[in-house]
Ligand binder design. Structure first.
Ligand code: PEP
Ligand code: MN
Length: 346
């Protein structure tokens, strides 16, 4: 961390900054310049609160030299994290993993049919929300705990892995009992008690980017999971808020290579929530794989027109099957392979 002093800062002001740095337990290194003096804080282990220094008299600005996150960074671990799933699929290696299914679990028939259809097309993981974080309290909120039973049944009968969202710390335990991956949704990306609970769980976590979160904030939220001891973390780009209303969100494909550069964690893409429109999901899914995403998450429903949530962005099963064929071809061109559904449960 570099503390840049104002032009004309007094000796006394500089000495005070040096004193505060030493009181915090770090070494202060003076760097006098022609225009202004800077003071380097040496040994920053990520715990330094910049606001302790920013407000001191004579300080012009505080520049972070090192990244505020640690364990999720490439410097901490240069080789990519490979999350191993039951049945042998991996996220973060050379495979591209496809997660698909309805926005919400609606009924036994709907989720079993979805599971069969997405597995048949080549998805490794069935997605489907038991609890739904809806903007309006009057919208369908999900079936809750009974939906977990239905997901467990789909896992056992169809033989497909399951990813579903935990909305609060209490839900983490319930979800972890049936799911192979615990999802933390965009609205909860900075729910720190939820992150800590998921960090203590032994199941892989899919952490979605908040709709107005920077990539640095996403990585800091992931740091919570690693700091609690859970290293099986998969990030997910799902679009951010923008000024443009042409799509539901602005699908930030550039987040994929940016995250790969900064972090060893795998990142998948969710073009369904990223665009909000069925006909935009397909090209953006293709683009995400081409951009190096370690997987995609796509909403698919046996009858999207009757879906209780997110129908407009949900693919028909035949569209999904076509997308799978295209994604396999794209993966091959960039030296990757789409993971094949493994036999689990069934
Ligand atoms: C979802 O995956 O169903 C979901 C609610 O997504 P997000 O948290 O990205 O909005
Ligand atoms: Mn949805």
């Amino acid at each position: 961390m570099l503390i840049v002093m104002r032009h004309g800062a007094t000796e006394q002001e500089i000495t005070r900054v040096v004193g505060v740095i030493r009181d915090l337990g770090y070494e202060a290194r003076l760097m006098p310049g022609a225009q202004r003096t800077a003071v380097g804080l040496v040994g920053n282990d990520g715990r330094v609160d910049a606001s302790r220094l920013e407000g001191l008299p004579g300080v012009q600005e505080v520049i972070q030299v090192t990244k505020p996150y640690k364990q999720v960074s490439r410097e901490w671990q240069p080789e990519p994290t490979v999350v191993r799933l039951p049945g042998g699929a991996t996220v973060g290696g050379s495979e591209v993993v496809v997660m698909a299914g309805p926005c919400s679990v609606e009924s036994e028939r709907q989720i079993l049919e979805s599971a069969r259809q997405v597995k048949e097309a080549g998805a490794v993981i069935l997605r489907g929300g038991a609890w739904k974080p809806r903007t309006s309290p009057y919208s369908f909120q999900g079936l809750g705990k009974p939906a977990l039973k239905l997901l467990a049944k789909a896992r056992d009968e169809v033989g497909i892995l399951v990813c579903t969202e935990a909305m609060d710390p209490e839900g983490v335990g319930w979800v972890a009992e049936v799911a192979d991956i615990i999802q933390i949704g965009a609205r909860n990306m900075q729910n720190f008690s939820l992150l800590k609970a998921a960090g203590r769980s032994k199941k892989p976590v899919l952490l979605k980017r908040g709709m107005s979160a920077t990539i640095e904030e996403l990585l800091l939220s992931a740091e919570y999971l690693l700091a609690e001891g859970n290293h099986d973390v998969i990030l997910c780009e799902r679009g951010v808020r923008s000024f443009d209303t042409a799509t539901r969100n602005l699908f930030d494909i550039s987040a994929i290579p940016v995250v790969h550069k900064l972090s060893h964690l795998p990142i998948i893409a969710d073009p369904s929530h990223g665009t909000g429109l069925r006909d935009k999901v397909i090209p953006m899914a293709r683009a995400a794989v081409a951009a190096g995403a370690d997987g995609i998450m796509v909403e698919v429903h046996p009858n999207p027109d009757a879906a209780l949530s997110d129908g407009a962005q949900t693919l028909f099963p035949d569209q999904f099957a076509q997308l799978m064929r295209e994604v396999r071809a794209i993966a091959e061109v960039i030296g990757r392979r789409v993971a094949e559904p493994a036999s689990v449960g069934a």
